[in-house]
Design a protein around this ligand. Structure first.
Ligand SMILES: [Zn+2]
Length: 223
């Protein structure tokens, strides 16, 4: 019987491990790191992050390098508007510096994503105030964390005549709205909120009970 050479023997698990480590290019750690970072983004889990990173690597010139440049640019220039909390590239955002939007109407939203949603809809021509969240006893978020003192200051400094509360229809959103109504009680500004009820294109049979009740309460005259 011929003696077994090294190639005839099964490598031990330790050998396999060390070989695969040696075969890994150094970039592999970088790629894993990128996947782990991407997986932290909203709407992306580990699986979607892996697919996105593979796509980026395959489309190096078309996607990966322009994305790296765009990230670098935003990392350098993006900042919070000192007046309203919107995200822009200057100390004051485009909305705050637009004289046509000094209408006396101030729309209060929870987050920048809500402000951008309002802007996409295109129906509002005043200015905004981003709270940065909602009051939450559970998460120990108080008025000082939410730019509510700044809101009261703006209402008096900027001659605001109407404050529109465009907060989410959640328990914390409603609690925050009540708090703001109390805080601005003597400001002289009219306080309004977005209507709650049947969405555009919605069918009653598909709505939950709370939405139908809210819609009934917010009913309006037709003539
Ligand atoms: Zn602004």
């Amino acid at each position: 019987m011929a003696p077994k050479g090294p190639e005839g023997q099964r490598p031990s698990p330790t050998q396999l491990h060390s070989e695969s480590r040696q075969m890994d290019p150094r970039g592999s750690d970088d790629i894993q790191n990128l996947i782990a970072m991407m997986a932290k983004l909203p709407g992306l889990g580990p699986r979607s992050a892996r697919r996105a990173v593979l796509k980026l690597i395959k489309r190096r010139d078309l996607l990966l390098l322009p994305l790296a440049d765009a990230l670098q640019a935003v990392a350098t220039t993006a900042r919070e508007c000192q007046r309203c909390g919107n995200i822009g590239t200057a100390d004051l955002c485009d909305i705050c510096t637009d004289p046509a939007r000094a209408t006396g109407e101030l729309c209060v939203v929870e987050d920048v994503s809500d402000l951008w949603a309002m802007e996409r809809a295109g129906g509002f021509k005043g200015r905004y105030h981003v709270l940065g969240g909602t009051l939450s006893a559970l998460d120990a978020v108080g008025p000082e964390e939410l730019r509510i003192p700044e809101l009261a200051q703006r209402v008096s400094d900027e001659g605001i005549t109407e404050v529109i509360l465009a907060l989410n229809a959640t328990v914390d959103g409603l609690t925050t709205a009540h708090y703001i109504v109390d805080a601005l009680e003597n400001s002289g500004a009219q306080l309004t909120s977005l209507a709650q009820g049947v969405p555009v294109g919605g069918e009653l049979d598909y709505l939950d009970d709370g939405t139908i009740t809210a819609a009934l309460r917010a009913r309006k005259a037709l003539q």
